[in-house]
Design a protein around this ligand. Structure first.
Ligand SMILES: [Zn+2]
Length: 430
């Protein structure tokens, strides 16, 4: 029994502010988070908590306590090609992504990269992620091992890709199936880990492979499905050519049993009204990746359309197509994309998309995403003094929403003073 209280300013979301209104945000200027054995006991105003914590160690926190950020779409082998310029999706894959991913056939490369990647996530305040690995089983193994060692709640899987890529990055429908099944048996449900069946996208898997992916999902209830959908116009044209029997892009995934409530589709920029309606009926989920969508010139995601369809959306960094592992930076770009779509988004909604909204998109909101009693105690401390400019801006902010908005626009990894995983300190900036 290791009960401890952290006292400071505190914020978490109890619902979607766009649906549930301002009461969705629980904000305490003087609040406290009580943690025991890796789980949340309670989070509330200090005055309400003080009578319950006699004998419990109380640590004063200089900063804002918020739930750990959740990245719903990121590629761990692509850290070395972040900020590679001058290409749109399909050429970017050939010119930068595939050469970088070929190196992950080597266990040592994958191990070193997995360590660096997870340490970077924690340094950016991200405690859970849904992660693309490479086609190599050793790379998925390496990431699972390192996440288990850090006790992180992480979902990943071996990429399925049997065409449209160099030979060193291709499996076959059979080897993809056998290796994925072995990985599911070894890792899914171990510690805080989860498995995602991960076809890269419709263009890099044959119909046979997509059918095998559907079988894997049907045979392993609770396993996630993670892929890309409707990112770029050239991609859409190619999908129409390759799958002429499917009415639209989403229909490809529907046909092979890949559109489920455990499915997370990155991007979803160019979905038609009909696709949104079917997407919602399937209970599928979106990873909204604004820094990547702007960087690769893919288009502007329509958060309003997703909201209207009652689809769960989480933010994704999509590094290396995305330009930052910081969910604060990602909130910043998400806000601007919504501005261009004439869709109003406030600071609470931005934090929702990186915490509870993302947890809902991953189907993990019974365990993470806010400080409801019994949830896993993944949390971070944001530092108001990270830069002279943020400090100055916060000094004149009049409301909690204004303060949060300043964090979202001006913050990055420097804003993360500490990161806690299941109640244990996992990162401290200095
Ligand atoms: Zn991606």
């Amino acid at each position: 029994m290791s009960r401890k209280a952290y006292r400071g300013a505190l914020l978490h979301l109890l619902g979607d502010p766009a649906v549930d209104g301002p009461e969705a945000a629980a904000v305490f200027d003087d609040g406290a988070l009580v943690v025991e054995d890796g789980h949340v006991v309670e989070a509330a105003a200090w005055d309400a908590i003080a009578p319950h914590v006699a004998g419990t160690p109380v640590e004063r926190v200089d900063g804002l306590i918020v739930p750990g950020f959740i990245d719903t779409h990121v590629h761990f082998p692509q850290l070395d090609i972040i900020a590679a310029p001058g290409a749109r999706l399909l050429e970017w894959l050939s010119n930068y992504t595939f050469p970088a991913e070929e190196r992950f056939a080597h266990r040592d490369v994958a191990q070193e990269a997995a360590r660096f990647f997870l340490d970077q996530l924690l340094a950016h305040g991200t405690t859970t992620a849904l992660v693309f690995s490479t086609v190599h089983k050793v790379a998925a193994d390496a990431l699972f091992e390192q996440a288990l060692a850090r006790n992180m709640r992480l979902v990943t899987g071996k990429v399925l890709m049997d065409r449209g890529a160099p030979p060193g990055l291709c499996d076959t429908p059979e080897t993809g199936f056998v290796e994925s099944r072995a990985l599911i048996r070894q890792w899914h449900g171990k510690g805080r880990l989860g498995y995602a069946v991960t076809p890269r996208f419709a263009l890099t898997s044959s119909p046979d492979q997509l059918e095998m992916a559907g079988r894997l999902l049907a045979e392993n209830p609770g396993v996630h499905m993670h892929t890309h959908l409707s990112e770029n116009h050239e991609e859409l044209t190619a999908v129409r050519r390759v799958y002429p029997d499917c009415a639209d892009y989403f229909a490809v995934y529907e046909k092979y049993g890949l559109a489920t409530r455990h499915s997370v589709f990155a991007h979803c920029i160019h979905l038609s009204d009909g696709e949104w309606a079917r997407f919602a009926r399937a209970g599928s989920n979106v990873a909204f990746c604004p820094t990547s969508n702007l960087f690769l010139g893919s288009g502007l995601f329509d958060l309003g359309a997703a909201q209207k369809a009652h689809v769960h959306v989480g933010l994704g960094t999509d590094v290396g197509g995305g330009t930052s592992l910081s969910l604060l930076q990602t909130m910043n770009e998400a806000y601007k994309v919504c501005q261009l779509r004439r869709h109003a988004v406030d600071a609470f909604k931005l934090f929702y998309l990186a915490t509870l909204g993302a947890a809902r998109a991953l189907g993990l909101d019974d365990r993470i995403g806010n400080f409801a009693a019994g949830k896993e105690a993944d949390f971070i401390v944001l530092d108001a003094n990270m830069s002279p400019l943020l400090k100055r801006r916060l000094a004149v902010a009049k409301t909690a929403a204004e303060r949060l908005f300043a964090f979202a626009m001006l913050g990055d990894d420097r804003s993360v003073a500490r990161t806690y995983v299941a109640g244990e300190l996992a990162y401290r900036r200095c």
